[in-house]
Design a protein around this ligand. Structure first.
Ligand code: ADP
Ligand code: MG
Length: 319
């Protein structure tokens, strides 16, 4: 928990005990979230784990079943109207007007924010240039590619110079090059002081965030910087070769010290509890068939963290 010592006024988001029930389903359960100002904070988790529901509560669109929310120092949902002027929100499906042109989409949103004609013109020209929309300005939004829609959506979300941006799976419908460019733009915004909450189910994207919450089935299982999450995951990562990886995998999973084993191409990626000293030697002793195998210690990645924290939480459920 890296942000516990952060003063309240330095927090863009402070949510405590946030819960949303849909009938009997706890879409979000007792979520605690503290996002320091100026950070890019990630929500990592599989489909249906409660990311969008959390964002909708934090933006004041959905009333929580329980919990307290303070966003930019305002109490939500009570002060949602005032909050709306200070945030930008890019929804999962890019809420653009297909039958308006790129420029008209921006002009329409500018009107909603009541920008003066001069201000609106200046801001729209600036955003069209920043997000490489110049050649597309007169094109209908409905005819844009995924990457172009994404750039226009981000431009729309930035029209009011938001202090805080909510981005809900902004890169799920775009190609890898557009994803890279998009992240460059997020870092530019962050450097200019904008706080950003971004949801994703891509591990590589999550790794770029300053802070990260890993979510599964409505619950935050871990939150910290990606580096700290990887350092503190409590397991060493080893990769090994063997002519029969499938069988080795099944046999290794019998050991309580082995937290997970997954085939990655021609190798087996094994997470061994870090209570085990010299895990490479331990593996060869545990399974004599590995005598001839090459076994290497490998740096952990966020997928490993995800596997270990979800495994821990299901172990708790069982016990
Ligand atoms: N309005 C709703 N009514 C009933 N169930 C919902 C509603 N919105 C979301 N859910 C359920 O809540 C869970 C979390 O959904 P969501 O927040 O959209 O997940 P994510 O954005 O992480 O994919 C899912 O099981 C989803 O089906
Ligand atoms: Mg979602």
């Amino acid at each position: 928990m890296n942000s516990c010592d952060t003063h309240d006024h330095e927090l863009a988001i402070d949510a405590r005990g946030l819960t949303k029930m849909f009938g009997k389903l706890a879409a979000v359960s007792n979520l605690n979230l503290r996002v320091p100002k100026g950070q890019i904070y990630g929500f990592l988790g599989p489909n249906g784990c409660g990311k969008s529901t959390s964002i909708r509560m934090l933006t004041g669109l959905l009333t929580p079943t329980a919990g307290e929310i303070s966003v930019l120092g305002m109490s939500i949902p009570k002060q949602s109207e005032a909050l709306r002027l200070r945030i930008g929100y890019m929804t999962q499906k890019f809420s653009l007007y297909d039958d308006l042109t790129v420029k008209e989409n921006l002009e329409f949103i500018a009107q909603i924010y009541c920008l003066s004609p001069n201000e609106s013109k200046r801001k729209i020209e600036q955003l069209i240039s920043t997000y490489q929309l110049t050649k597309l300005a007169k094109q209908f939004a409905g005819t844009l590619s995924g990457g172009q829609k994404q750039r226009l959506s981000l431009a729309c979300a930035c029209l009011n110079d938001p202090e805080l941006l909510f981005l809900d799976e902004p890169t799920s419908a775009v190609d890898p090059q557009s994803r890279r460019n998009f992240w460059e733009q997020l870092f530019d915004l962050s450097e200019a002081g904008t706080s950003i909450l971004v949801t994703t189910h891509y591990m590589d994207e999550a790794e770029r965030c300053h802070g990260l919450a890993i979510m599964d089935q409505g619950v935050i299982l871990a939150d910290d910087s990606p580096k700290a999450l990887m350092e503190n995951m409590g397991a060493n990562v080893l990769e090994l070769t063997h002519p029969n990886l499938r069988q080795v995998k099944d046999e290794l999973l019998e050991f309580s010290e082995v937290r997970s084993a997954a085939q990655i191409g021609a190798r087996l990626r094994v997470l061994v509890d870090d209570k085990v000293n010299q895990p490479d030697i331990w593996l060869k002793r545990a399974l004599p068939t590995l005598e001839q195998s090459e076994i290497h210690l490998t740096p952990p990645n966020l997928e490993d963290v995800f596997v270990t924290v979800t495994e821990q939480s299901s172990a708790l459920e069982v016990s």
